[in-house]
Design a protein around this ligand. Structure first.
Ligand code: HEC
Ligand code: HEC
Ligand code: HEC
Ligand code: HEC
Ligand code: HEC
Ligand code: HEC
Ligand code: HEC
Length: 265
C-alpha cells in the first residue's frame, strides 16, 4: 500500500517535471525568436552591410537601432511582404516599398479602420502614390513608442516634416500670430497640424464629419477655447491659413512677398 503511493507520487512528480521541462523548451524557443530578429528571417546577413546599395541608394539597416525600435520583434518580411532571402528579390506586385509602407494595416487594425476612410487612406488605396501612407508619416525602421512623452514631444514638433513635406503651402501659410507663429517658435500650447485636423481620420473641409467642416469647426476650437461659438470659429478660422490665401488671390501681395522673401511671413 505505502509502496504504491510512493510510486504514484514519483510518477506524478516525474510527469510534472516533464511538463515543466517542455514548457521551458517552448518558452526558450519563443524568447530566442522574440529576443531579436529571427535568425531564420536572414535578411541582416546582407542588409547589415554598410556598403550595400542599389542605384545610389543605401540599403543598410542599423540592426541595433532596429532592435530598439517598437518593431524590434517584428520580422522584416512582415512589412516586406513577399520578400525572402533569395536574390534577386522577387518582383512584388506594385512598388514594393509602397507595399511595405502600408503593410502596417495587418497588425494595426484599429488605426487602419480609421485611416482607410480618411482623405489620405482613400487616395492611397486608389493607388495615388503621392498620398500619405502609414510609413510616410511614421517612418520605417526606427519607429519609437508614442507612449514615451519625449518621443511624443518630438513628433509634435515635427509637423514641418510630417505634414509640410507634402503640404508645403499649408505649412508656410500656417502663420497667424496666435497659432502658426507661436508653434513655429516652439510655444508648447500652440497647436500642431493634427490638433485641428486629426491624424488618422483627416477629412477635407467639405466632408461634414471633418473637424474643420462648417458644422464642426467651433467644436474643434472649443478643445482649447472653452465656450467657442460658431461666430468665433467662422470669424477667426479662415485667418489660420489666411496668409497664403491672401497671397494666392492677390498677385500684388505675392509679388510683394517675393521682394521681401527674407521676412519670416
Ligand atoms: C544575399 C543578400 C541579401 C539577403 C539575404 C537579403 N537581401 Fe534584400 N537586397 C539585397 C540586394 C543586393 C538588394 C539590391 C538589389 C535588389 O533589389 O534585388 C536588396 C534590396 C532589398 C530591398 C530594396 C528593394 C527596392 O525595391 O528598393 C528591400 C526592401 C530588401 N532588400 C529587403 C530584404 C528582406 C526583407 C530580406 C529578408 C527576407 C532581404 N532583403 C534579404 C541583398 C539581400
Ligand atoms: C514596420 C515595417 C517595416 C519593417 C519591420 C521593416 N521594414 Fe524595411 N522598409 C519599410 C518601409 C515603409 C520602407 C520604405 C521607405 C521608403 O519609402 O523610403 C522600407 C525600406 C527598406 C529598404 C530600402 C532602403 C530604405 O531604407 O529605404 C530596405 C533595404 C529594407 N527596408 C530592409 C529591411 C530589413 C532588412 C528589415 C528587417 C531588419 C526591414 N526592412 C524591416 C518598412 C519596414
Ligand atoms: C498623415 C499622417 C499619418 C498617417 C498617414 C498615419 N499616421 Fe499614425 N499617427 C500620426 C500621428 C500624428 C499620431 C499621433 C501622435 C501623437 O500621439 O502625438 C499617430 C499615432 C499612431 C499610433 C499610436 C496610437 C494612436 O492611435 O495614437 C499608431 C499605432 C499609428 N499611428 C499607426 C499608423 C498606421 C498603422 C497607419 C496606416 C494605416 C498610420 N499610423 C497612418 C500620423 C499619421
Ligand atoms: C507584424 C505586426 C506589425 C506590423 C506589420 C507593424 N507593426 Fe507597428 N507595432 C506592432 C507591435 C507589436 C507594436 C508594439 C505594441 C503596441 O504598442 O501597439 C507596434 C507599435 C507601433 C507604434 C507605436 C505605438 C504606440 O502606442 O506608441 C507605431 C507608431 C507603429 N507600430 C507604426 C507602424 C507602422 C507605421 C507600420 C508600417 C510601416 C507598422 N507599425 C507595422 C506590430 C506591427
Ligand atoms: C506623402 C504626402 C502627404 C503627407 C505626408 C500628408 N499629406 Fe495630406 N494630403 C496629401 C494628398 C496627395 C492629399 C489629397 C488626396 C486626394 O487626392 O484626395 C492630401 C489631402 C489632405 C487634406 C484635405 C485637403 C483637401 O483639399 O481635400 C488635408 C486637410 C491634409 N491632407 C492634411 C494633412 C496633414 C495635417 C498632414 C500631416 C499630419 C498630412 N496631410 C500629411 C498628401 C500628404
Ligand atoms: C488652429 C487650427 C488649425 C491648425 C493648427 C492647422 N490648420 Fe489647416 N486648416 C484649419 C482650418 C480652419 C482650415 C479651413 C480654412 C478655410 O476655411 O479656408 C484649414 C485648412 C487646411 C487645408 C485645406 C483643407 C481643405 O479641405 O481644403 C490643409 C491641407 C491644411 N489645413 C493643412 C494644415 C497643415 C499641414 C497644418 C500644420 C502645418 C495645419 N493645417 C494646421 C485649421 C488648422
Ligand atoms: C490645441 C489648442 C488650440 C486649438 C485647437 C485652437 N487654438 Fe486658438 N489659441 C490657442 C493658444 C495657445 C492661443 C494663445 C493663447 C491664448 O490667448 O489663449 C490661441 C489664441 C487664439 C485667439 C486669440 C486670443 C483669444 O483667445 O481669443 C483666437 C482668436 C483663436 N485662438 C482662435 C481659434 C480658432 C477659431 C480655433 C479653431 C479653428 C482655434 N483657435 C483652435 C490654442 C488653440
Amino acid at each position: 500500500m505505502r509502496k504504491t503511493s510512493i510510486f504514484i507520487s514519483l510518477l506524478i512528480s516525474l510527469s510534472l517535471i516533464f511538463v515543466l521541462f517542455s514548457c521551458g523548451v517552448v518558452f526558450a524557443q519563443e524568447s530566442s525568436y522574440y529576443g531579436g530578429i529571427n535568425p531564420s528571417d536572414g535578411c541582416m546577413t546582407c542588409h547589415s552591410d554598410k556598403d550595400l546599395e542599389a542605384n545610389g541608394k543605401s540599403l543598410y539597416i542599423d540592426e541595433e537601432a532596429y532592435k530598439k525600435s517598437v518593431h524590434g520583434n517584428v520580422l522584416c518580411s512582415e512589412c516586406h511582404l513577399g520578400f525572402t532571402i533569395s536574390l534577386p528579390h522577387p518582383e512584388v506586385k506594385g512598388d514594393s516599398l509602397r507595399v511595405a509602407s502600408l503593410a502596417c494595416k495587418d497588425c494595426h487594425k484599429d488605426v487602419y479602420s480609421e485611416y482607410k476612410n480618411s482623405v489620405h487612406g482613400k487616395a492611397a488605396l486608389m493607388g495615388k502614390v503621392n498620398s500619405a501612407s502609414c510609413g510616410d508619416c511614421h517612418g520605417d525602421h526606427y519607429i519609437k513608442s508614442l507612449k514615451n512623452e519625449e518621443v511624443k514631444d518630438e513628433f509634435w514638433a515635427n509637423a514641418e516634416k510630417i505634414c509640410g513635406e507634402c503640404h508645403q503651402d499649408y505649412w508656410e501659410n500656417y502663420g497667424d500670430y496666435y497659432h502658426g507663429q507661436a508653434y513655429k517658435v516652439g510655444f508648447k500650447k500652440a497647436p500642431t497640424c493634427w490638433q485641428c485636423h486629426d491624424y488618422h481620420n483627416i477629412l477635407s473641409k467639405d466632408n461634414p464629419n471633418s473637424r474643420i467642416s462648417d458644422e464642426n469647426l467651433y467644436k474643434t476650437c472649443e478643445e482649447c477655447h472653452p465656450g467657442s461659438t460658431k461666430g468665433f470659429a467662422d470669424g477667426y478660422g479662415p485667418s489660420i491659413h489666411g496668409l497664403q490665401e491672401g497671397f494666392e488671390v492677390n498677385a500684388v501681395l505675392k509679388w510683394f512677398r517675393g521682394l521681401f522673401s527674407w521676412f519670416p511671413w
